[in-house]
Write a protein that binds this ligand. Structure first.
Ligand code: TTP
Ligand code: MG
Ligand code: MG
Length: 382
């Protein structure tokens, strides 16, 4: 017998705004809005007091990226024009977006969840699906452990929905925001899901919602009791069928865990074969370039590595590789070059070289490591 699926959807609360509040804790409990193209960061005066921009001072066409729950209580939400929202919350504090920080905290919370439940499908900067089916603990206990791990790693709160599938869990994670846990059994569909507006189903956008309203379908329950043939007549076979299934809480989509790369590498074949004795400068600069590119690849994908390897193909097509395992993970170009240089010293460079490559193995998320790099620096062979 296959086990009954337990799927969680986790979504961070007021994500960008909450990350900003980590830098400006004195703003906790206040209406704060993130957004605007030309928003100035807060300035500190000589006496150490920070001065924040207010919504009423904003001039321009920018929109709200997100807002704290205190700002939402004043009617100010994602997507609203800033000048329009200033009419509702003139004193709300306005902060510029800081995407680097959001990406950093995104990696941190995902890594923290993975320590408890590794079957994760990444759904963007602030949300994931998690397959809990194979874990032993009770669902409510697991939900609390996951929330605590996220809080410990980031200082931030999230909301979690857990049900037998992704569709219902996505609806549930939104039902008790912020800092909520909603666990739903399929038997509770008619009491807890059917009263909700149809647009709560992820996939029913404003256009479909309007079309449904024109057919007298407002709630998920209305949709569930609509004739499938009628839905197919108006929306086509695939969408009509899907609408019917969704309203009945049926969704068999698996949690798709992204396959993590095991290694990353950069290599280059020279236009003409090079020899260390005649082409030292050229080889050296190509080598540095490869290490820097590899570093950029690692940073872009959020990995560090403890294994650096190199590959040399001689003019006669013979290939040699060497690896070095480091005591601490690295990701920075200089550290990669030092380790790769060590490898290169173990390869005879008495023939012409056709290809040079640098590889990073045993990848690990940068978010999971302490940020100390190698200090050991061997002599360079060229
Ligand atoms: P959401 O999860 O939709 O919103 P949120 O995390 O701010 O608030 P909630 O507690 O309701 O989940 O989006 C995550 C982040 O994505 C959000 O903090 C800012 C960004 N975002 C945009 O840039 N544009 C948008 O229109 C929305 C909705 C979000
Ligand atoms: Mg969110
Ligand atoms: Mg989200």
């Amino acid at each position: 017998m296959t086990r009954r699926r337990r799927i969680a959807h986790l979504d961070m609360d007021a994500f960008f705004a909450s990350v900003e509040l980590l830098s400006f804790p004195e703003l906790k409990g206040k209406p704060v809005v993130v957004g605007g193209r030309s928003t100035e960061p807060p300035k500190m005066d000589e006496s150490g007091v920070r001065h924040y921009a207010r919504l009423r001072d904003y001039v321009g066409r920018g929109v709200i990226t997100t807002s704290t729950y205190e700002a939402r209580a004043l009617g100010v939400f994602s997507g609203m024009g800033l000048m329009k929202s200033a009419a509702l919350a003139p004193d709300a504090i306005l902060l510029p977006a800081n995407f680097e920080a959001y990406r950093h905290y995104s990696r941190l919370f995902k890594t923290a969840v993975a320590t408890i439940a590794p079957q994760i499908e990444d759904r963007g900067i602030d949300e994931i699906y998690i397959d809990l089916t194979d874990l032993d603990q009770d669902t409510d206990r697991l939900a609390l452990r996951i929330k605590q791990a996220v809080r410990d790693a980031t200082g931030l709160s999230c909301s979690i929905g857990i049900s037998p599938n992704k569709l219902l869990s996505k609806i549930c994670s939104d039902l008790d925001k912020p800092d909520g846990v909603t666990i739903l059994d399929h038997a509770e569909l008619s009491t807890r899901i059917w009263p909700l507006p149809a647009k709560k189903i992820n996939g029913i956008g404003p256009k479909a919602n309007e079309k449904l309203a024109g057919l007298g379908i407002h709630t998920i329950g209305d949709l569930a009791s609509a004739e499938p043939q009628m839905l197919i007549a108006h929306f086509g076979r695939a969408t009509g069928h899907w609408l019917h299934q969704a309203a009945h809480g049926i969704d068999e989509r698996p949690v798709v865990t992204s396959s993590e790369p095991k290694s990353l590498s950069r290599e280059t074949t020279f236009e003409r074969d090079l020899h260390v004795s005649q082409d030292r400068a050229r080889l050296s600069s190509v080598f540095t370039e490869l290490c820097n590119r590899l570093s950029e690849d690692l940073l872009r994908k959020g990995y560090a590595t403890k294994t650096i390897g190199i590959k040399v193909k001689y003019a006669d097509f013979q290939v040699l590789t060497r690896d070095l395992t480091l005591t601490a993970p690295v990701y920075e170009g200089g550290a990669i070059r030092r380790a790769a240089t060590e490898c290169l010293r173990r390869i005879p460079l008495d023939q012409k070289i056709r290809l040079l490559g640098v590889r990073a193995g045993s990848l690990m998320p940068i978010a999971s490591i302490a940020q100390d790099t190698q200090s050991y620096q061997p002599d360079l062979p060229f």
